[in-house]
Design a protein around this ligand. Structure first.
Ligand code: NAI
Length: 726
C-alpha cells in the first residue's frame, strides 16, 4: 500500500455537522505514533471548526484498531511524543477534555491502545461481533493509554481486573452487558447510530460521560482494597516469576487511592520501565516467532492450494488417538476411529465422548453442537470404510513392526490420494514406510498429550514427502486450531529429540546423588508446568521407555543409559496410571513423594557402577536448571546444524507450545541467547570432564560460543523436499 494512504486519520464532515475521523492504517489500523499525532491534529481541527458539532472516531475497512504496533514494544521510548506520555497529553487532554462530544464506532478488533482510544471517548457504540480487550499484559507491558484507570471506572474493578489480567477479549454483545459499550448497532447502521449518539450528547439528550472521572461503578475504597489484594495473590500464584501483572495492579490501585490523574502518571512511568524489560522482549519475540511459523520457505510460497479433506481416519483409540479424534471432531470433520477389538473400540469411543462432554460442560460448546459433533464419529474394527478416506492418522502403539504392518495395510485399503500420517513420538518415518511404495504421501503428524488441548502440531517431512501433502496438512492444522512447526525427519524429530537430554540429565544427576523431588521443584520454580519425574509418571514409563529406546539406539555414543525406570517397571511401577511411579498417587491423582524410591535409585546406581558426587546433593535450583536445560540447548544446536528445524525461532515455539517452556522466557533458543552461548558451552565442557560425553558441547555450539554470536542458523535450510506429486 502507498505510504501516503497509511498511518494517518481522515476527517470528513457530514451535512448533520458530525465529523467522522477514520483511522487509516490497514490491515489492522494499528495506532502508531503517527496515527496518534494525526488523530490529535484531526480532533484539534474539528474542535476549532464551526461546521462541526460532534465527532465520531472509527477505523477503516470495518476494523476499529488492533492496538499499538508490537514491533515498537521491547524498545525504549525516545521522545515525549512517544507512547506513555500520550496517555495524558493525548487521551486525556485532547480527546476526553475536548469541547465537543466524541463517540467511538467500533467494529472488528478494538484491542490495547485501540480500545483505550475508545475508552477516552464520551460514548461507545459497537457491533455485536466486535472484539474488545486490553491485551497488553500478554506482551509483558500494561495498558498505557489510560486503560488501567478508565476500564475499572466503566465496568467495575472485578470485571476490569479479569479482562486486564487475562488479556481477555470479549464480544460487543458481552461488552454491552458490562457497560463497556453504550449500545449495539448492526454493521450497516453503526456509523449512523454513532453520529446520532454524538448529536444527542451535543444537544444534552444523552449524558456526556467522562470515563476517567466516573465513580458510580467503582467500589468503595475498603472493598476495592480487598479485591485488589485478592488479584495480587492470584497473580503471584498464577505467574510467580512475573512482575508486570503486579505492577499493573499497583497502578490501578494508585488511581483508586490517589485519584485517576495520579494513576495516569504512574501508568506512564510503569510503561516506560516495562517496555524495556526482558519479559517484554521475550514475549514480543514469542509473538513474532509464532507468526513466522505460518511462512515456510519452499512450502507456503509455492502457490499450491490445499486439497479438501472431508473424511479422517484415526488408527488407535488410546490416549493419543482419542485426543486426536476429539480435535478433529471439534473442527467438524467426519472421523472414523479404528481399534483392534470390540472392547478397546468401546473404550476409545468412550474417551472421545467424555472429552467432548467435558468441552460442553466448560461452556465451550452448546448441547446441539455436542450432538452434531458426536454424530460425526464412527467406530470400526476393519478397513472396509477406508475407501474414501482423505487423511489417516496412525496412533497405534510405539512399535516399529506394528506400524510397518499398519502402513502396508493402509496402502491396500485407502484411495490413491489419501495422506498417511503417523503420530509416532520418535520412530524414523522412513522405517515406518519401508514396506510401502507410498513414501511421497507419508509424513509425521506429531500431536502432544492431551491432543485436544495442546496447541502444537509437529509436522515431520521426509525426503520423499510431497509438497502437496505438506500444504494439505498445514491447512488441516489451522482448521483444528494448532500451531504447526514443520521439521525434518530424524529420531525423535525436533521436540522429543531436543528434550530427551532433559530427562536423561535428570536421571544422571539422581544416580549420582541429586534428589528427585528437589529437581522437580527447581524445574517448576523456573516456570515449567512440571518437573521431569512428574512428567515421566504422567506419560507412563512404557511409552517413555519405548520412545527412549529409539533415541538410545540412534545416539548411543553420547546418551546416558539409566536403569532407574527399567528397575521400577520390573516392580510394576508404570507411573500415574498404576498410582505408583516416582510419586505415589491417591484416588484424586494427588502426587506425594515416595520414600521407597531410594531403593530403586540405589539399585540403578549399583547397576551403572557410578559413585555418588556429594556436590550434586547440594545443587542450587539455578544449577539444577542449568544442568537440565543446557543439554537441551546442546541438542537444539545439533538440530539446527543438521537443518532438521527450518529456523531457530521454530524451536522456541516448539519448546513453549509442545513442552510448556515458559513463553515469558521466549523459548529455549531465545533463553539460551539471553544467557549466552559462551557461558553455556563452558559449563557443558566442565561437566563433560567430570560426568562424561553426555554433556559434551556439539561443534555448532562451540563455534557460536567462540565467535560469541547468537544461536541462529549458520547454514541455510537444507532443501530435502522432493516436488513429486500424485
Ligand atoms: P495407547 O497404548 O494409549 O493407545 C494405542 C492404541 O492403539 C491401543 O488402544 C491399541 O489397541 C491400538 N492399536 C494397536 N494396534 C492397532 C491397529 N492395528 N489398528 C488400530 N488400533 C490399534 O498409546 P498412546 O499413548 O495413545 O500412543 C500412541 C502413539 O502415539 C504411539 O506411537 C506414541 O509413541 C505416540 N505418542 C504418544 C504420546 C503420549 O504422551 N502418550 C505423545 C505423542 C505421541
Amino acid at each position: 500500500m502507498d505510504e501516503s494512504t497509511m498511518n494517518k486519520t481522515v476527517l470528513e464532515v457530514g451535512a448533520d455537522g458530525v465529523g467522522i475521523i477514520t483511522i487509516v492504517n490497514p490491515p489492522l489500523n494499528l495506532v502508531s505514533v503517527d496515527v496518534f499525532l494525526s488523530l490529535k491534529k484531526s480532533i484539534e481541527e474539528a474542535v476549532q471548526r464551526d461546521d462541526i458539532k460532534a465527532l465520531v472516531i472509527t477505523g477503516s475497512q470495518g476494523k476499529f484498531s488492533a492496538g499499538a504496533d508490537v514491533t515498537t514494544f521491547g524498545k525504549g521510548i525516545k521522545a515525549r511524543t512517544d507512547f506513555g506520555f500520550l496517555s495524558i497529553e493525548f487521551a486525556t487532554d485532547t480527546l476526553e477534555a475536548a469541547r465537543k462530544p466524541i463517540v467511538a464506532a467500533i467494529d472488528g478488533p478494538a484491542f490495547g491502545g485501540g480500545l483505550e482510544v475508545a475508552l477516552a471517548c464520551h460514548a461507545r457504540i459497537s457491533t455485536s461481533a466486535a472484539q474488545l480487550g486490553l491485551t497488553e499484559l500478554q506482551y509483558g507491558i500494561l495498558p498505557g493509554l489510560g486503560g488501567t484507570q478508565r476500564l475499572p471506572r466503566l465496568v467495575g474493578l472485578p470485571k476490569a481486573l479479569e479482562m486486564i489480567m487475562m488479556s481477555k477479549r470479549i464480544s460487543g454483545k458481552d461488552a454491552l452487558k458490562l457497560g463497556l459499550v453504550d449500545a449495539i448497532a448492526p454493521r450497516d447502521t453503526l456509523l449512523s447510530t454513532a453520529r446520532q449518539w454524538a448529536l444527542d450528547i451535543s444537544d444534552y439528550r444523552k449524558p456526556w460521560v467522562v470515563s476517567l472521572y466516573k465513580t458510580d461503578r467503582l467500589e468503595p475504597l475498603s472493598e476495592a482494597r480487598i479485591i485488589l489484594n485478592l488479584a495480587k495473590s492470584q497473580a503471584r500464584e498464577r505467574t510467580p516469576n512475573l512482575t508486570h501483572p503486579l505492577v499493573c495492579i499497583d497502578v490501578i490501585e494508585e488511581g483508586i487511592v490517589a485519584g485517576p490523574r495520579t494513576g495516569l502518571w504512574k501508568e506512564a512511568e510503569a510503561l516506560l520501565q516495562l517496555r524495556q524489560s526482558d519479559t517484554c522482549k521475550a514475549l514480543v519475540h514469542f509473538f513474532f516467532a509464532q507468526r513466522a511459523t505460518l511462512k515456510i520457505p519452499g512450502i507456503t510460497d509455492m502457490a499450491l492450494s490445499p486439497r479438501k479433506i472431508n473424511k479422517v481416519a484415526i488408527l488407535g483409540g488410546g490416549l493419543m488417538g482419542s485426543g486426536i479424534a476429539t480435535a478433529f471432531l471439534l473442527a467438524n470433520y467426519h472421523v472414523i476411529l479404528k481399534e483392534v477389538d470390540h472392547n478397546l473400540l468401546l473404550a476409545g469411543i468412550g474417551r472421545v465422548k467424555a472429552n467432548l462432554r467435558s468441552h460442553a460442560k466448560k461452556g465451550k460448546m452448546t448441547k446441539e453442537k455436542l450432538e452434531t459433533v458426536s454424530s460425526l464419529l464412527e467406530g470400526v474394527l476393519d478397513y472396509d470404510s477406508f475407501k474414501d478416506v482423505d487423511l489417516v492418522i496412525e496412533a497405534v502403539l510405539e512399535d516399529v513392526s506394528l506400524k510397518q504392518q499398519v502402513f502396508a495395510d493402509l496402502e491396500k485399503y485407502c484411495p490413491q490420494h489419501c495422506i498417511f500420517a503417523s503420530n509416532t513420538s520418535s520412530i524414523d518415518l522412513n522405517k515406518i514406510g519401508e514396506n510401502t511404495t507410498s513414501q511421497n504421501r507419508i509424513l509425521g503428524a506429531h500431536f502432544f498429550s492431551p491432543a485436544q488441548f495442546m496447541p502444537l502440531l509437529e509436522i515431520v517431512r521426509t525426503e520423499w514427502t510431497s509438497l502437496q501433502v505438506l500444504v494439505d496438512l498445514l491447512d488441516v492444522s489451522k482448521k483444528i486450531k494448532k500451531t504447526a512447526v514443520v521439521v525434518g525427519n530424524c529420531t525423535g524429530f525436533a521436540v522429543n529429540r531436543m528434550f530427551f537430554p532433559f530427562s536423561q540429565a535428570a536421571t544422571l544427576l539422581v544416580e549420582r546423588g541429586a534428589d528427585i523431588y528437589q529437581i522437580d521443584q527447581s524445574i517448576t520454580s523456573f516456570g515449567m508446568p512440571m518437573g521431569p519425574f512428574r512428567l515421566a509418571d504422567l506419560v507412563g514409563f512404557r511409552v517413555a521407555v519405548a520412545s527412549g529406546s529409539q533415541y538410545i539406539e540412534k545416539f548411543k555414543e553420547r546418551v546416558h543409559k539409566s536403569y532407574l525406570i527399567p528397575f521400577m517397571l520390573e516392580d510394576k511401577r508404570e507411573g500415574q496410571s498404576t498410582c505408583k511411579g516416582f510419586y505415589l498417587y491417591d484416588e484424586k491423582r494427588k502426587a506425594s513423594p515416595d520414600p521407597e524410591i531410594v531403593k530403586f535409585v540405589e539399585k540403578a546406581r549399583r547397576a551403572s557402577q557410578v559413585t555418588v558426587d556429594p556436590k550434586l546433593s547440594r545443587l542450587s535450583a539455578g544449577e539444577i536448571v542449568e544442568m537440565l536445560f543446557f543439554p537441551v540447548v546442546n541438542e537444539a544446536c545439533r538440530i539446527l546444524a543438521e537443518g532438521v528445524a527450518i529456523r531457530a525461532s521454530d524451536l522456541d515455539i516448539a519448546s513453549v507450545l509442545g513442552r510448556g517452556f515458559p513463553a515469558y522466557r521466549g523459548g529455549i533458543i531465545f533463553w539460551a541467547n539471553f544467557i549466552g552461548s559462551k557461558y553455556i558451552c563452558s559449563r557443558l565442557e566442565d561437566w563433560s570432564r567430570v560426568y562424561g560425553k553426555f554433556f559434551e558441547p556439539c561443534p555448532y555450539l562451540v563455534e557460536h560460543a567462540m565467535k560469541q554470536i547468537p544461536l541462529v542458523m549458520l547454514s541455510p535450510l537444507k532443501d530435502t523436499l522432493k516436488t513429486v506429486d500424485f
